[in-house]
Write a protein that binds this ligand. Structure first.
Ligand SMILES: [Zn+2]
Length: 144
């Protein structure tokens, strides 16, 4: 049985306990053979600073159902959208293999990086900072 990358559709080859495609998308393989279809290199333990990640925060299951909760994070909006698409692609892959409706993905945006909202109004922030600093340190002069 040939496995394909759920992100780029290229064949996956096994490297130790991982599966990897030619575009270097990598997926963890559990001891019993189950494969985590989200990119292994984008787990928080392999990222730093502004790198985005897929962070599994909760997992519950019984004989009939399993539920996993992830935080998808990225400071780059386009990369965050790609992470959402990757999660959907993993679900679509499993639904093709095991039947439609086997896996559902529910995405909910909880917050965004506010930089692009604040930048057009930066003069308000600067004015407030100057006012705050001016009130705290009366011996120093500030100007805008
Ligand atoms: Zn790939």
């Amino acid at each position: 049985m040939e496995l394909i990358c759920p992100i780029c559709q290229l064949p996956l080859t096994q490297e130790g306990r991982s599966l990897r495609c030619r575009r270097n998308h990598s997926f963890d393989m559990a001891r019993p053979g189950y494969v985590n279809l989200l990119p292994a290199q984008q787990k928080p333990e392999f990222t730093e600073k502004y790198d985005g990640f897929f962070h599994l925060t909760d997992m519950q299951g019984d004989v009939e159902n399993a539920r996993m909760h992830y935080i998808l994070r990225d400071h780059d909006a386009a990369k965050l959208e790609q992470k959402k698409a990757d999660a959907q692609a993993a679900a679509a892959f499993l639904n093709r293999k095991y039947g439609e409706g086997t896996v559902t993905v529910t995405l909910r945006d909880s917050y965004f990086n506010m930089k692009k909202c604040i930048e057009p109004c930066m003069h308000i922030v600067e004015k407030w900072v100057l006012s705050y600093c001016g009130n705290k340190n009366l011996s120093t002069g500030y100007c805008v």
